[in-house]
Design a protein around this ligand. Structure first.
Ligand SMILES: C[S@@+](CC[C@H](N)C(=O)[O-])C[C@H]1O[C@@H](n2cnc3c(N)ncnc32)[C@H](O)[C@@H]1O
Length: 278
């Protein structure tokens, strides 16, 4: 299978109008956990928050409301489509404290001591050199500032039970595709070490995983992605055989129709680290 190229401002999952809606649903499902993580990290009104790889801004909007008019959210992404959605969403919500920045995180450099809080969700897995990014961000994070991440730590927990052999091939294809574009699916396992290199001490580390059944809200998180583009894009990009994609679509439908099937989600790790002396 030959592998396709991506446009300069796109990444392996793909930015699209459909993806904006999917990311919104994903945020709605994860919102409670994000809010709890931000509380644990000490998010406060007036803070300057950096949302790296903000996508269409679903978390940025919540963060902007929480830091209030005296605070601000710097929403960084490389996708124009997503950044326009952030701007439109902020306007529709009457939020004037979100600043969008178009940048490749591989080169992002912000002013020194300009940020109190960094939020990173489902983005570090897609970057070739996340450790370098954290080191660069460390210069911008004020002393006592906080880094809070929800990133994949063990993608292999993703699957239907009982398992079908094609789902293992699918998981392998997902991981291979992210790695082919320089990412690391299980990046969160390396985060405490990367934080230490950046001068941050990890204060909190916990896994988030769901076991869910058809008809439940959480079921729609991974299954929504599989149905929207998760399977077919791997075929388009040359990581999954067409026959495997067809077979897996069938498995997804069978499992959704079987009230006894269960699904475990890819393990997300929450990491909270605090800036020491820089
Ligand atoms: C899975 S989405 C997550 C979006 C958002 N953080 C959320 O939780 O809904 C990953 C985001 O990272 C962005 N991204 C990926 N690689 C990037 C890079 N090198 N520079 C800037 N943004 C990047 C994508 O454009 C996309 O918006």
């Amino acid at each position: 299978m030959s592998q396709a190229q991506l446009p300069e401002d796109d990444y392996i999952i793909g930015a699209s109008e459909r993806e904006i809606a999917r990311l919104g649903q994903q945020h709605a499902i994860w919102r409670e956990r994000a809010l709890a993580a931000w509380r644990r990290g000490g998010l406060k009104p007036g803070m300057s928050v950096l949302d790296i790889g903000c996508g269409p801004g679903h978390a940025s909007f919540d963060l902007a409301q929480l830091v209030g008019p005296k605070g601000e959210v710097i929403a960084v992404d490389q996708s124009d489509l997503f950044l326009r959605a952030v701007e439109a969403g902020a306007k529709a919500r009457g939020l004037s404290n979100i600043r969008t920045v178009k940048a490749d995180l591989g080169a992002l450099d912000l002013p020194a001591d300009s940020v109190d809080f960094i939020w990173s969700r489902w983005v570090l897995s897609f970057l070739p050199r996340p450790a370098d990014l954290l080191k660069r961000l460390s210069k911008s994070l004020r002393s006592g500032g906080v880094f809070v991440a929800h990133e994949y730590g063990h993608y292999e927990t993703f699957g239907f039970h009982p398992a079908d052999p094609v789902q293992d091939r699918f998981i392998q294809a997902v991981k291979a595709s992210w790695r082919a574009f320089g990412g690391e699916p299980n990046i969160a396992k390396q985060l405490p070490a990367m934080c230490a290199e950046a001068g941050w001490s990890t204060e909190y580390l916990t896994p988030h995983i769901f076991t869910t059944r058809p008809g439940e809200m959480v079921w729609e998180w991974p299954v929504g992605w599989l149905k929207s583009d998760g399977i077919d894009r791997l075929v388009e990009l040359g990581f999954l055989a067409k026959e495997d994609a067809q077979r897996f679509h069938g498995v997804v439908q069978e499992r959704a129709d079987d009230p006894l099937s269960i699904l475990t989600t890819p393990l997300v790790m929450e990491v909270i680290a605090v800036q020491g002396m820089n």
